[in-house]
Design a protein around this ligand. Structure first.
Ligand code: MG
Length: 252
């Protein structure tokens, strides 16, 4: 049974246009709960950004760059941010410029302490009530996704995970990666909802015809390239929003 919650978080339906001439628009609000496919990002989406898990991952990235390129902290941090900006992920930049082994990198950066992330039994309840197929689509690794979702207590809900290894280390928002993902999952984009905290990662999803949900955070880099043309719903808390959908109490 879905736990009813006091609604304290504003959800916004953004004005938007249909994805392209001749294509269907996003799924009507009243039908969202019964969508056939749900595609969830992992980090700062299935757990709140304030848990600071990604901060730990970022610190590990800096440590990795320091050790791998024999740089001091300041130099390594600069390289890390430059590659993130220019190549989508730090890992992608390290592979392109330094022929780095991505598997070693992924194992290193995802060694984090999950104790600061509380279990989320309410999210477990609302996912239980959500009838569609649920998948994870992450620029991280499947192993990291499994550890985090097991820790949250929600792992049983996800049918599959498409990770950075599946995308041949090319990160979102590269459009070709989305095509590989929907082919692998057998997804009809017009019947799918994608949920993400990085606004720009929703553009290719909307262009394919998916309905998009952006989780806003305090991170400047997550709002980069935000445009309501391709973001159909803006929310603050995934658990609250899914509860609203299930109970029909959502703000319009
Ligand atoms: Mg994320």
């Amino acid at each position: 049974m879905v736990q009813r919650m006091i609604i304290s978080t504003a959800a916004t339906r953004n004005d938007h246009k249909s994805p392209a001439d001749g294509q269907q628009g996003p799924i009507p609000y009243e039908n969202l709960h019964n969508a056939e496919f749900w595609i969830f990002d992992l980090d700062n989406t299935l757990y709140p950004a304030h848990c600071q898990l990604f901060t730990q991952i970022e610190k590990n990235m800096t440590r990795f760059v320091m050790e791998f390129l024999k740089l001091d902290h300041r130099e390594a941090y600069g390289i890390q941010k430059k590659y993130f900006k220019n190549h989508g992920t730090t890992m992608n930049g390290l592979m392109l410029h330094h022929d780095m082994d991505p598997h070693h990198y992924l194992n290193f950066v995802h060694q984090i302490d999950l104790s600061g992330v509380p279990k989320n039994p309410v999210l477990n309840d609302v996912l239980n009530e959500l009838p569609g197929k649920k998948m994870i689509f992450t620029n991280g690794s499947t192993d990291h996704a499994r550890r985090v979702t097991e820790h949250l207590g929600i792992h049983k809900h996800f049918d599959d995970c498409f990770d950075i290894v599946d995308s041949r280390f090319i990160p979102k928002p590269e459009p070709a990666v989305y095509l590989s993902m929907i082919e692998r999952f057998g997804i009809c984009p017009h019947k799918a909802i994608m949920v993400e905290d990085m606004a720009k990662n929703l553009l290719p999803a909307a262009e394919l015809g998916m309905t998009t949900v952006w989780i806003r955070t305090d991170n400047d880099w997550a709002v980069e390239d935000f445009n309501s043309r391709f973001i159909h719903h803006t929310i603050d808390d995934l658990t609250v929003w899914l509860s609203q959908l299930a109970t029909g109490t959502a703000a319009i």
